[in-house]
Design a protein around this ligand. Structure first.
Ligand SMILES: Cc1cc2nc3c(=O)[nH]c(=O)nc-3n(C[C@H](O)[C@H](O)[C@H](O)COP(=O)(O)OP(=O)(O)OC[C@H]3O[C@@H](n4cnc5c(N)ncnc54)[C@H](O)[C@@H]3O)c2cc1C
Length: 269
């Protein structure tokens, strides 16, 4: 059985959580705990204390706002799957996380802050031009998803800050999500793709698990908007991503699959 003596502080409101974070920048923030528990079990995490956001009411909601939508960081994948307000791309990504037991605990904020390049929701935030809202005693700031993941497991989050939620602007265009893993459930991604395309206007081709951070293929996006041939767009995708060989797959396989996903999606349009 997993034992840990570190004390747990469990705020009930967002204000309390922000105060607590300022007092305890050393604490390990825990939301659903599905990543944190794995680190604890493996011994890679040595917590001094925990700031547990699970009961923090101000984080677990979503609503439409002027010009878009706000999704609280404490929304679980199950919340997102069940809510009629959820953007289809977000729902699809949340549906592929782990299995039902994991989805019941895993939060979107945890997926974003854990910042695994293989996090299933991450390319979705890039494809939707999301901004992340971060709060501390000093105030709030918004960081575009495109600049939040700074390097492998490095994020633009200061020690006294919490991720409060995600702002999704109103967007247009066809969208597509695809996760390639070994199985349908409980499978860590080999390649994840989220795309959005409005012919002649804008394109987002966002990938996960093909580099140290989730990424957009900006040259391929520009070629697509300019009406360049699909072969050229696919070649740019394959050139822009930086996959590696690891226990789950090879770089060659990932590159080929990434290109195929884009080719098939564009053909279907
Ligand atoms: C069996 C299993 C299967 C899984 N399958 C998948 C999968 O298919 N796809 C996938 O993407 N992931 C998968 N995961 C990983 C995990 O479930 C997800 O990353 C999940 O979204 C994490 O959310 P959480 O709320 O549990 O995060 P936690 O474990 O609570 O936290 C994760 C990290 O984020 C930080 N954090 C959390 N919330 C905040 C906040 N509001 N502000 C600041 N920091 C915060 C924590 O400090 C921690 O560093 C799996 C995990 C397990 C155990």
């Amino acid at each position: 059985m997993l034992r840990c003596e570190a004390p747990v502080y469990r705020p009930r409101t967002l204000t309390d959580a922000i105060y607590a974070r300022a007092d305890m920048p050393d604490a390990t923030v825990i939301a659903g705990g599905t990543d944190v528990m794995v680190y604890l079990e493996s011994g890679s995490l040595k917590p001094t204390r925990f700031l547990d956001l699970w009961d923090c009411s101000g984080l677990r909601w979503q609503q439409f706002i002027t010009g878009g939508q706000f999704c609280g960081a404490g929304l679980t994948c199950t919340d997102a799957i069940r809510s009629p307000q959820t953007h289809p791309l977000v729902r699809e990504a949340c549906s592929t996380v782990g299995a039902v037991q994991i989805q019941n605990r895993a939060t979107i904020g945890g997926n974003i802050c854990n910042s695994s390049p293989a996090g299933d929701t991450l390319p979705v935030w890039l494809a939707l031009d999301a901004e992340f809202e971060l709060a501390s005693m000093r105030g709030r700031r918004r960081v575009p998803a495109a600049s939040f993941w700074k390097g492998y497991k490095q994020i633009d989050l200061r020690p006294d800050e919490l991720l409060v939620g995600v702002l999704l602007p109103q967007t247009t265009g066809e969208t597509h999500f695809r996760k390639v893993g070994t199985r349908m459930a409980q499978s860590i991604s080999k390649v994840i793709f989220a795309g959005r395309y409005r012919r002649g206007v804008e394109a987002r081709l966002a990938f996960g698990a093909v580099g140290p951070t989730p990424m957009r293929c900006r040259e391929a996006e520009a070629a697509l908007v300019a009406g360049r041939p699909v072969d050229e767009v696919v070649a740019l995708v394959e050139a822009e991503i930086t996959p590696i060989d690891d226990v789950r797959s090879t770089a060659d396989y990932r590159r080929k699959v990434a290109g195929n996903i884009v080719r098939r999606w564009l053909a279907s349009l």
